[in-house]
Design a protein around this ligand. Structure first.
Ligand SMILES: [Zn+2]
Length: 118
């Protein structure tokens, strides 16, 4: 269960920050940036978070939102740049396979919303 270990990793990253927050703080939403190369199944990660979040009262009611990033693709033949949601191997414009890909490996906490924000 790849997603369960990711959910545990998110909690491990949050824990030092949570420990510094007042007891009354409640996390409402955690936004995770996730690239297509991570092969994360969003619904499985949300389900895994619903297990892991219970370990801390500050996160027990929180929900996880996954913000999927895209892969940046540059065609070395025709020079076109575009974004793709999954790895692709042919240029959309000229059909070349001479492509450079970047990004798509992201996996990090982008934003945390709490009840202390106005
Ligand atoms: Zn091209």
């Amino acid at each position: 269960m790849h997603e369960l270990s990711i959910a545990k990793g998110i909690m491990a990253n949050l824990r030092p920050w949570l420990d510094e927050q007042p007891e009354s703080l409640r996390v409402e939403e955690i936004v995770i940036k996730c690239g297509p190369f991570r092969a994360v199944v969003a619904s499985a990660l949300v389900a895994a978070w619903e297990v892991v979040r219970a370990e801390n009262p500050k996160t027990a009611e929180s929900r996880l939102t996954i913000d999927n990033t895209s892969i940046k693709i540059h065609c070395n033949d025709c020079g076109v740049d575009f974004d793709a949601r999954r790895p692709i191997f042919k240029c959309r414009k000229c059909d070349s396979d001479n492509l450079a890909m970047s990004g798509g490996n992201e996996l990090f906490i982008e934003n945390i919303k709490t009840n202390s924000e106005e």
